[in-house]
Design a protein around this ligand. Structure first.
Ligand code: GAR
Length: 207
């Protein structure tokens, strides 16, 4: 049984998609052991508690130094005996020590087709604003393993979504979530839980 810790900062719709997929059998052999938020008012925490999952806050504000915060975050993940860390809208740059301790065991969902509209400063609505500004006709979402770079790790799954005339960042964000994120995130977790993925030369192979 794959033990998952989900890290969140906001509304938690991707978390909800994972919870529902486990409950409805689309993800097999996995359970969420803990949800950690860096924001105490994140609605994702309520979603976790409603599903009977232990939910805790590890906020930068509660610690004097960045190092203390980072150690507390790592401790909260270790304590849950975590096999896989899932970043579901977690808007904190991950501590290097965490990335090293959980090498190839951290995945992230990003709301664009990487390598477009990703990297430093590209998160949440901002990604869709930039896609609309550039006038792309297709965007989408990507699930990838996390390495020490920003959105540079091996790509697991991607799904394309059309941009329509008259889209606002909010409308596009919703379409990308519904048509891509809420599907490929659970699918990637299921593949990992069933041992179907291998990383070779920086690329993900599916068996
Ligand atoms: C999602 O759109 C996710 O792709 C994005 O934040 C949103 C969180 O929504 N993540 C990033 O931009 C990471 N760079 P949610 O809290 O409803 O799942």
């Amino acid at each position: 049984m794959l033990k998952i810790t989900v890290l969140v900062s906001g509304g938690g719709t991707n978390l909800q998609a994972v919870i529902d997929s486990i409950n409805e059998g689309r993800i097999k052999d996995a359970k969420i052991v803990r949800v950690i938020s860096n924001k105490e008012d994140a609605y994702a925490l309520t979603r976790a508690r409603n599903a009977g999952i232990k939910a805790v806050t590890v906020s930068r504000k509660a610690y004097d130094t960045k190092q203390d915060f980072e150690e507390a975050l790592l401790k909260a993940i270790d304590e849950a005996d975590t096999d896989l860390v899932v970043l579901a809208g977690f808007l904190v740059v991950l501590p290097t020590k965490l990335v090293e301790s959980y090498e190839n065991r951290i995945i992230n969902i990003h709301p664009s087709l990487i390598p477009s509209f990703c990297g430093k400063g590209f998160y949440g609505l901002k990604v869709h604003e930039e896609a609309l500004k550039r006038g792309v006709k297709v965007t989408g979402a990507t699930v990838h393993f996390v390495d020490k770079g920003c959105d540079t790790g091996p790509i697991i799954l991607q799904k394309a979504v059309s941009v329509e005339e008259g889209d606002t960042p909010e409308i596009l964000q919703k379409r990308v979530m519904e048509q891509a994120e809420w599907k490929i995130m659970p699918e990637a977790i299921d593949l990992i839980a069933r041992g179907k993925l291998e990383i070779k030369d920086g690329k993900v192979l599916k068996h």
